[in-house]
Design a protein around this ligand. Structure first.
Ligand code: NAP
Ligand code: G4F
Length: 335
């Protein structure tokens, strides 16, 4: 039997790498959409996952997406590509709308144009708990109304509703995973968990004296990225196209994250952390906490890694990286 073929946008990102690994282990032929003339993240991906095939394309460029779908002829498309850093979405709101929002429309249209009304291509959209924003209830479920608090959250809400609309309008197998924060040693250094794990490693090794952070009271539902990509695959392997909330069901504050990370290195966070008002956001999402019951009962999915273990893993990984002379800012090393 021929191997199933998957096309992943955002393959050079955290989730793209874990998803590619997972699908390769399931026997898939995996293709990644890569953009740019000389994207340094592509060589990082190549070192990690030599078996991934690459197709050029950009979520800003409709023609390139049509060409990629035509060339790859995928059974499944995972749309993970996005401007995904929330603060950047205030600085470049229009670009965020184009990539994170309109990019979803372009990918869905590419599928519709190439495979027609009776498309059998299954489509996964990377929706986000940021859509809940100023939450109307806790924990958040598939039925909780959206109130996004950033241009990023608004763009994700557009992509979410559009995916639902293509399912209803054209009968496409198109689903959204509403994923809560998920982290790993491959997380970008701009996100708070990795900023903290790298900060702790630098302080422990005498490379830095302090760590400046924004809002310590915000609460997030943090899980391990490796678990979350399994959920994406399960959603596209289900009998019926449905949206799912994916998270741990527990919530911690940034303060608790900091305590855990410094504690993992035998340090007291209060000696090093400086609260910096300039790092606060124009509008904050104060509290996120998932109710992943639907995913548990219908997909058999569960988060496996406790919060403290995840944070220790990230701190240990960054201590190793810096001890071995790796440079996280150069995208050179990825565990
Ligand atoms: P990430 O590490 O920031 O990766 C983002 C990816 O998007 C990169 O591969 C980047 O490729 C690609 N990209 C950016 N602009 C693009 C464009 N114009 N065309 C095509 N690709 C483009 O993000 P992640 O953490 O893996 O998250 C994956 C997806 O899940 C994102 O859509 C994110 O918004 C969403 N999400 C993430 C979380 C989380 O906690 N991680 C939670 C909910 C939802 P380049 O190398 O070309 O820059
Ligand atoms: O790690 P963060 O930047 O992640 P955020 O904003 O929750 O977004 C991530 O998760 C979303 C899912 O809910 C994804 F859709 C999105 O793509 C991304 O992956 O910030 C987490 C919290 C925020 O409340 C922020 O204000 O940490 C707080 N924080 C405090 N100090 C900080 C800092 N965040 C960052 N990045 N840097 C700080 O110094």
């Amino acid at each position: 039997m021929l191997a199933k073929r998957a096309l992943i946008t955002g393959i050079t990102g955290q989730d793209g790498s874990y998803l590619a690994e997972h699908l390769l282990s399931e026997g898939y032929e995996v293709w990644g959409l890569v953009r740019g003339q000389a994207n340094p993240r592509v060589s990082r991906l190549r070192r990690l996952l030599g078996d991934v095939r690459l197709a050029r394309g950009d979520l800003l460029d409709q023609g390139s997406l049509i060409s990629a779908v035509e060339r790859v002829r995928p059974d499944e498309v995972y749309n993970l590509g996005a401007i995904s850093f929330v603060p950047m979405s205030w600085e470049q709101a229009e670009l965020t709308a184009e990539v994170t929002g309109m990019g979803v429309l372009r990918m869905l249209e590419a599928i519709r144009v190439i495979s027609g009304a009776s498309s059998t291509i299954r489509f996964y959209q990377a929706s986000s708990s940021e859509m809940f924003g100023q939450v109307r209830e806790t924990p958040q479920t598939e039925r909780t109304p959206f109130h996004p608090r950033s241009p990023y959250g608004v763009a994700k809400a557009y992509g979410h509703f559009l995916t639902q609309n293509y399912r209803e309008s054209y009968g496409m197998f198109a689903v959204s995973g509403i994923l809560f924060n998920h982290e790993s040693p491959r997380r970008g250094a701009e996100f708070v968990t990795r900023k903290v794990s790298l900060g702790v490693a630098r302080i422990k090794l005498g490379l830095a004296a302090e760590l400046r952070l924004g809002n310590l009271e915000a609460r997030r539902d943090w899980g391990f990225a490796g678990d979350y990509v399994r959920a994406m695959h399960l959603m596209l392997s289900a009998d019926k196209p449905e949206d799912y909330v994916i998270g741990t069901g527990r919530t911690q504050s940034v303060r608790e994250l900091v305590e855990a990370a410094f504690g993992a290195a035998g340090l007291n966070w209060q000696d090093y952390v400086i609260a910096d008002q300039s790092l606060h956001r124009p509008a904050e999402v104060d509290l996120l906490c998932a109710d992943p019951k639907k995913a548990r009962t219908q997909l058999g999915w569960e988060a496996t890694m406790p919060f403290e273990e995840l944070i220790s893993l990230m701190v240990e990984s960054d201590l190793r990286l810096l001890t071995d002379g790796g440079d996280p800012d150069q995208d050179s090393s990825w565990p």
